[in-house]
Design a protein around this ligand. Structure first.
Ligand SMILES: Nc1ncnc2c1ncn2[C@@H]1O[C@H](COP(=O)(O)OP(=O)(O)OP(=O)(O)O)[C@@H](O)[C@H]1O
Ligand SMILES: [Mg+2]
Length: 218
């Protein structure tokens, strides 16, 4: 479903990605691990089309990402890619429900459609009683679940998560793992997750180890 070929990326003299090949199948949970500075976030930003590689190719279901202009790329990303970061990045002024609706509004869904979808996801994630809470009125684990609902609202092809449990305690971390496995079962949702959390490897189909800008093992 996602294929990256010979991806290279440097920042000045620092060659972070040195010709990486990477692929993900539909419904797979792929974990990316590696030392700090190995290039995990850089890879995820490129796979998530937030950053462009210096060279190499990226295909989503046969669509060559480099063939899209900025506007087409933004629309493609909004529709097909969900993101979850270490820090939730929810908008503080908006309620949980509104935060989840925003990507759907950007995709030009009606208010009724967006709200119904967002509400359904939040209920599925155990937050049906927190719809009107603002981020400051939610726990860390709850905020991260809202961020997951937001990532899912447009039924993306894939969710990229960069250390999603990095800021959570062990109970919330465990819960997040269960949610991800559950989402794969219920929605056949595909995930690529960067983590330092070795427990996450147990739930993955595949672990990719990044060393020195290359993939070490699959
Ligand atoms: N915008 C940038 N400008 C210059 N150097 C950068 C930039 N982004 C990343 N780097 C460098 O690229 C290397 C890889 O960074 P990256 O964030 O991908 O690592 P990481 O594997 O995600 O590490 P961590 O586990 O600490 O999050 C690092 O040496 C970093 O300093
Ligand atoms: Mg990182």
């Amino acid at each position: 479903m996602i294929t990256a070929k010979q991806i290279k990326k440097s920042f000045g003299q620092v060659h972070v990605l040195k010709g990486m090949d990477f692929s993900v199948d539909k419904g797979e949970i792929v974990i990316v691990v590696g030392a700090s500075g190995a290039g995990k976030t850089t890879l995820l930003q490129i796979l998530g089309t937030l950053d462009r590689p210096d060279s190499g190719q990226l295909f989503f279901d046969g669509t060559d990402i480099s063939s899209l202009n900025e506007k087409e790329l933004a629309a493609f990303r909004n529709k097909n890619i969900g993101f979850v970061f270490q820090f939730h990045h929810l908008l503080p002024e908006f309620t949980a429900l509104e935060n989840v609706c925003i990507p759907a509004f950007i995709a030009k869904k009606s208010k009724a459609e967006a709200s119904a979808k967002a509400k359904g996801l939040l209920e599925m994630l155990g937050l049906g009683h927190r719809l009107e809470h603002k981020p400051s009125e939610l726990s860390g684990g709850e905020k991260q679940r809202v961020a997951i609902a937001r990532a899912l609202v447009n039924d993306p092809m894939v969710v990229f998560a960069d250390e999603p449990s990095g800021n959570l305690d062990s109970v919330n971390r465990q819960e997040l793992h269960e949610i991800i496995v559950d989402l794969r079962e219920k929605l056949d949702q595909t995930f690529v997750i960067v983590t330092h959390d070795l427990e996450m490897e147990h739930m993955a189909d595949r672990t990719v180890v990044m060393t020195d800008g290359m993939i070490e093992a699959n």
